[in-house]
Design a protein around this ligand. Sequence first.
Ligand SMILES: *[C@@H]1O[C@H](CO)[C@@H](O)[C@H](O)[C@H]1NC(C)=O
Ligand SMILES: *[C@@H]1O[C@H](CO)[C@@H](O)[C@H](O)[C@H]1NC(C)=O
Ligand SMILES: *[C@@H]1O[C@H](CO)[C@@H](O)[C@H](O)[C@H]1NC(C)=O
Ligand SMILES: *[C@@H]1O[C@H](CO)[C@@H](O)[C@H](O)[C@H]1NC(C)=O
Ligand SMILES: *[C@@H]1O[C@H](CO)[C@@H](O)[C@H](O)[C@H]1NC(C)=O
Length: 363
Amino acid sequence: MGKSKALEVPQVTSHNESCGPCLILFLLIKMINKSRGKILGVLALFLVMVWYSIYREDRYTQLFYFPVQENNKTTCPLGEVEKKAAQLIGNYTRDHPLFLQLKDYFWVKTPSLYELPYGTKGSEDVLLRLLSITHYSLPESIQSLKCRRCAVVGNGHRLRNSSMGDTINTYDVVIRLNNAPVHGYEQDVGSKTTMRLFYPESAHFDPRTENNPDTLLVLVPFKPMDFQWMEAILNDKKRVRKGFWKQPPLIWDANPEQVRVLNPYYMEVTAAKLLNLPMKKPRKVKQKPTTGLLAITLALHFCDLVHIAGFGYPDSANKKQTIHYYEQITLKSMAASEHNVSHEAVAIKRMLELGLVRNLTYF
Ligand SMILES: *[C@@H]1O[C@H](CO)[C@@H](O)[C@H](O)[C@H]1NC(C)=O
Ligand SMILES: *[C@@H]1O[C@H](CO)[C@@H](O)[C@H](O)[C@H]1NC(C)=O
Ligand SMILES: *[C@@H]1O[C@H](CO)[C@@H](O)[C@H](O)[C@H]1NC(C)=O
Ligand SMILES: *[C@@H]1O[C@H](CO)[C@@H](O)[C@H](O)[C@H]1NC(C)=O
Ligand SMILES: *[C@@H]1O[C@H](CO)[C@@H](O)[C@H](O)[C@H]1NC(C)=O
């Protein structure tokens, strides 16, 4: 191979320490001159890999990944949720585990200030039995994400005919609530479910049809009976039927490895910091957060981006309007509940105004 004029460079002596890059450039050009064929081969291989990783939009082939501008999958507002959540939630921290762990009840009984639903005071013994059969880890596939993009899907009527399904499925983490079905509603609500938050009375009777095989089934404990219900089902003990305001499933076909128990800390934060409910005598206060607001709070403690869909209730004057996308009930059915949905709406509005969360459907 003859040396071409264009590739000739001025002499750079190795003792010229002020020009390290020049030396590297010089050596590189020398090498190129020597083995142009090989270099072209490597270049071609590199280009193929770049093309392939862009084509696959695979976030894990990091080395050759270049963000694709036309979708926003890769733009991650790192640190933004933390910064804004701290403005809204006093003493905001991401240090609390999402799920209860056996080790906190085994040797040392972790003292809790509150009874359920805001703490585990008085429930330690049943927790010992329940937590010995459930798990507490977040799956590695979520744990290892560089950016956790989360969608919290409420059960609101606004999801009907929304065609949001494909959008919802693009999030890394999709959190769903209670017994909301997916089957038959995929176009509007999507089909991916990373986590489902529920309590015995709101558990779907057929968890397998409405979840993915790897969905985390997250029990939200409101009362000690809720632990007992779960433990009896998973250990196939005699079911307790009393103490529920609505008959929960007696047979519940779920894999114990997918079951998690939500840390009541998040219920406490929702009540005390987002709804400003008094914590002194929680039994005296009738109002409790909904699973929906709780799910948003939870997301604010482990996601890098939180979008919500299907939140919001009709105007209280609108007595005929159904409130859920999948069943024909109206606000009247909420009257006896211990939730104050207009109070919660104020809290969600604040989050939207702050840019802490974004709404995918009208709120
Ligand atoms: C991507 O994000 C930017 C700013 O966040 C926004 O203006 C733009 O519309 C988004 N593009 C798409 C395709 O969502
Ligand atoms: C934050 O924590 C401190 C110390 O535990 C406590 O005194 C204070 O009231 C907390 N603030 C809020 C807003 O919870
Ligand atoms: C949804 O769309 C169907 C068919 O287009 C229509 O019949 C129905 O009324 C719509 N439902 C709502 C709640 O808008
Ligand atoms: C519900 O919350 C609203 C707004 O915060 C408040 O005005 C109303 O009194 C509350 N209702 C009940 C029953 O506590
Ligand atoms: C979010 O809600 C507001 C009303 O609070 C509405 O104007 C806006 O269109 C909603 N965004 C989307 C994407 O639906």
